[in-house]
Design a protein around this ligand. Structure first.
Ligand code: ADP
Ligand code: MG
Length: 477
């Protein structure tokens, strides 16, 4: 299908572009990532034609971008989004992708086992460390089976699994970006565990960027650069670098890392990097490194949704043999939202207190502990912070949010803000009524209930909430 230049199709294209802008705004970095592999073919009579580079891209865009895109397209074209249809083509020759690929971005390649020649030419294990010493640097609980997969982390998980030879397209490098305590280190350790389980002789190097820096400085001081380079280049089959943001402003280490990266990449050895920011947001990082980081796949980890958090709490309780009812799992997950490490900490703390005091971990005990467990968020977050995040997400002004405007989209944003304030700040309904342009407390109550119910059944609504929660989480760091 090719786009014809009739007036109708031109209108279709401009409607599509406008709809895309909104979708792009929700997650610019990952949008660019995926839409370099998507081409627009046409939008006429309620049918949107798209071409994807491969099935993997098609399925991902379908699941993660299409609902929002169709809602916008429906709104702009005046047709109900449920009535819109999408036709897909698959082609690896895209002449007009929606986003231009960055420089020489390599195409995803199918997973490749390590060349046998390379495997056989080397002796064993990780240089400098014995295998058991190396394994001791990994957390034995950070494995794939112990990682709970949900919408917030499924891309990062799938890509990490593929990097470990688990199947699916392997991207090199894989850049995992996500806020603190959301599972980045867990995933890279899981890669190391899996690779070493299946190929015990693989030379896996896991290092934090900080450790890499310290080793580099030490090697310089003691004239041991040859050893250092061997460890990270010739003697390395797979490199895992955690918290790359640490290299910010460290020019000499950046330079060394750049050459390390190129040497491994040229030899097609997997490089996996984690960071608390997207590559483009890394401060004081040279452009050439940033462009290397974006040349494979950038997979982000977002704040997990309630269902995923509940599953994580259950999984942790199972691993630690902590008896936990479903009600308490939900209670914990509802109260600690933006950091899995904190969620886990709360559980461990409850278990410890319970065994010390002999009290069972029931709802009453959990509730009474909750304030001590997680006082930070509520202390520093205010109604205004939440209103600001909601306004910027929905592109509204604060006065619109607080106005009497009953237009559907403004009213929805307002209800979302009320819900988030209630949930996160535990404000009373009358208090919230006052903070939202002197509204009656019953209005706030029904808004909170409505959003609560919608969140459970409408993926669009839960996507909005997640995006705002992510915004709030990053403003807290
Ligand atoms: P980060 O490196 O992103 O700061 P970590 O990988 O250290 O975060 O994760 C913090 C804690 O949360 C770890 O104990 C990890 O096991 C746990 N965790 C995070 N995400 C998940 C998940 N999806 N499933 C299970 N545990 C998780
Ligand atoms: Mg970490």
């Amino acid at each position: 299908m090719d786009l014809e230049t009739t007036p109708a199709s031109r209108t279709g294209e401009s409607l599509f572009s406008q709809a895309l802008e909104h979708t792009r705004g929700r997650s610019p970095a990952s949008f660019e990532q995926w839409f370099t592999s998507i081409q627009f073919e046409g939008f006429e009579h309620g049918v949107l034609g798209l071409t994807a580079r491969d099935e993997f891209v098609r399925d991902w865009v379908k699941a993660h971008f299409l609902p929002d895109l169709l809602t916008n397209l429906g709104r702009l074209s005046g047709e109900p989004s449920a009535a819109l249809r999408v036709t897909w083509n698959i082609s690896n020759r895209l002449t007009r992708p929606v986003c231009e690929p960055k420089r020489s971005a390599p195409r995803p390649s199918k997973p490749e086992p390590m060349p046998a020649s390379r495997r056989s030419e080397r002796p064993t294990a990780v240089p400098r460390y014995s295998r058991s010493q190396f394994l001791a640097t990994l957390n034995s609980k950070y494995t794939f089976p112990n990682f709970v997969v949900g919408p917030s982390n499924e891309l990062a998980h799938a890509a990490a699994f593929a990097s470990a030879g688990g199947g699916g397209p392997r991207y090199n490098p894989l850049f995992i970006a996500g806020g603190t305590g959301l599972g980045k280190t867990h995933l890279v350790h899981a890669i190391a565990h899996k690779v070493l389980e299946e190929r015990p002789d693989a030379r896996v190097v896991y290092v934090s960027a900080e450790h890499f820096t310290n080793e580099f400085i030490e090697a310089l001081q003691h004239h041991k650069m040859d050893e250092f380079r061997a460890r990270y280049r010739s003697d390395c089959d797979l490199l895992l670098v955690d918290d790359i943001q640490f290299l910010a402003g460290r020019e000499q280490t950046q330079e060394e890392f750049f050459h390390t990266f190129n040497a491994l990449h040229d030899a097609d050895r997997p490089i996996i990097v984690t960071s608390d920011k997207y590559p483009q947001q890394l401060q004081r990082m040279p452009e050439r490194l940033v462009s290397r980081f974006t040349s494979g796949l950038v997979a982000d980890i977002q704040v997990p949704q309630l269902e995923t958090r509940v599953a994580i709490v259950r999984k942790k309780a199972e691993i630690e043999s902590i008896p936990l009812s479903d009600e308490v799992a939900v209670l914990l997950a509802q109260n600690i939202q933006s950091n899995v490490r904190e969620l886990e900490g709360a559980l461990i703390r409850l278990a410890a207190k319970s065994s010390l005091t002999g009290r069972p971990i029931d709802e009453e005990f959990t509730l009474s502990e909750m304030n001590t467990v997680s006082p930070r968020r509520t202390d520093i977050m205010s109604v205004e912070d939440i209103q600001r995040a909601v306004c910027s997400h929905f592109r509204l002004s604060n006065s619109e949010l607080l106005s009497k405007d009953r237009h559907k989209s403004v009213a929805f944003a307002r209800q979302v803000a009320m819900y988030l304030c209630r949930q996160r700040l535990k404000c009373s309904f009358p208090e919230l009524g006052r903070a939202f342009g002197n509204r009656d407390h019953t209005t706030v109550m029904s808004a909170v209930r409505r959003v609560e119910a919608l969140r459970q059944r409408d993926p669009q609504v839960s996507a909005h909430l997640e995006a705002i929660e992510q915004r709030l989480a990053s403003s807290e760091d």
